[in-house]
Design a protein around this ligand. Structure first.
Ligand SMILES: Nc1ncnc2c1ncn2[C@@H]1O[C@H](COP(=O)(O)OP(=O)(O)O)[C@@H](O)[C@H]1O
Ligand SMILES: [Mg+2]
Length: 367
């Protein structure tokens, strides 16, 4: 029974208080993160936010200044890379140009001392998994970028690692191929039931592929959650701005509120509008309101709300985007999905805007 549990958790990763400094730069700053066995986890953040450093620490190519890393419950912080049994795929394909595709894939098995027949059999199976069965005899240069990346994936999974680490593996591919590969990698991950830690700076890629996403900024974990949680309930102003489109509007709390409670926000240049408090606020505290463009509504006639002028209306088939200027010079973006029967407006029109408390998030601003 105990053995079974151990196997089931073999691919889990716990990162505990990971810190890595380069001189004065905190590349990773006290990150704690539990990754479940069999989970697809994306590390998402802008360039320089510490994604690669975290991945390299899991792989064993970087050692932390503080904290530790557990794999399947075992402390691997100081274990050399070749004893961690992890697969890795990088942005560039890093295939050996003078070897055939099959030889490339079989290479890690050769390093591990497996016999020729078994190497060949396993390499062919891995090639089938990435759907390149027919191309085993070719050289890497005779393959497209997408095919080369598939070979790199096959080589990374051929020795059946518990975890596959991928650092921006699709960023060298063009958009169509990238989207195709996103779905393919996701299928592959489900099929072989492997834990994947996937680094990307592309939010769409992270939301499309991952079970959960860890959002990083300046080496700090901002939020860990399912794609829907991150979009609908961002916990920091950074996440609200980084994931999807957001209008920010400064104001002050009209009353005290606890996290998750509705609060009135006195908006700069405008009246009091409803929002949900993300953190605890006292009356008069500075806050920043985050509003998604598709949650803003144009209200009928004499309704109470925020007066604004439509400066531009951009029709894009599936939606119309309005650029608005509200009182006090606040610029807003509003999106009206097509076919929902929602009121529209044209450039030059004066409108009244409104939203529900649940559609606006108020972040406390450090004084
Ligand atoms: N070997 C290194 N020497 C000095 N600075 C480094 C080194 N590796 C990373 N950094 C710095 O640490 C920060 C995080 O880098 P990195 O983990 O590569 O971020 P990301 O992968 O999110 O772009 C950056 O400021 C980067 O310049
Ligand atoms: Mg990187």
């Amino acid at each position: 029974m105990r053995k079974l549990d151990a196997d089931r958790n073999a691919g889990s990763i716990s990162i505990e208080g990971l810190t890595r400094r380069f001189g004065a730069v905190h590349a990773v700053d006290g990150v704690s993160l539990d990754i479940r066995a069999g989970e697809f986890l994306a590390l998402l953040g802008p360039s320089g936010s510490g994604k690669t450093t975290i991945l390299m620490s899991i792989a064993g190519f970087e050692y932390p200044d503080e904290g530790r890393i557990l794999l399947g419950g075992e402390d691997i912080t100081w274990l050399p890379p070749n004893r961690r049994n992890l697969g890795m795929v990088f942005q560039r394909y890093t295939l050996f140009p003078h070897m055939s595709v099959l030889e490339n894939i079989a290479f890690p098995l050769k390093m591990r001392g497996l016999g020729r027949a078994e190497r060949e059999e396993r390499a062919r199976a891995a090639l089938r998994t990435v759907r390149l069965d027919q191309l085993g005899e070719r050289r890497p240069a005779q393959l497209s970028g997408g095919q080369q990346q598939r070979v790199a994936i096959a080589r990374a999974i051929v020795y059946r690692p518990r975890v596959l680490l991928m650092d921006e593996p699709l960023s060298a591919l063009d958009k169509n191929l990238r989207e195709e590969m996103q779905i393919e990698i996701k299928h592959l991950q489900r099929e072989i039931g492997i834990t994947v830690v996937f680094v990307t700076h592309d939010q769409t890629e992270a939301l499309t592929m991952a079970d959960r996403v860890a959002v990083l900024d300046h080496g700090r974990l901002q939020q860990l959650g399912a794609p829907r949680e991150l979009y609908e309930a961002p916990q920091t102003e950074f996440v609200a701005g980084f994931i999807g489109e957001t209008n920010f509007w400064s104001g002050s709390a009209a009353a005290a509120a606890a996290p998750g409670e509705a609060v009135g926000v006195r908006l700069e240049g405008s009246g009091v509008m409803p929002a949900l408090a993300v953190s605890r606020v006292a009356a008069g505290d500075r806050v920043r309101l985050a509003l998604r463009p598709e949650r803003l509504r144009i209200l009928p006639g004499a309704a109470e709300g925020v007066p604004a002028l439509v400066t531009e209306a951009i029709y894009a088939g599936n939606a119309t985007t309005l650029m608005l200027e509200a009182a006090g010079g606040q610029v807003l973006r509003l999106r009206i999905p097509a076919g929902a029967g929602l009121p529209e407006a044209v450039a030059g029109e004066a409108v009244t805007l409104g939203w529900q408390a649940a559609d606006a998030r108020a972040f406390g601003v450090a004084p």
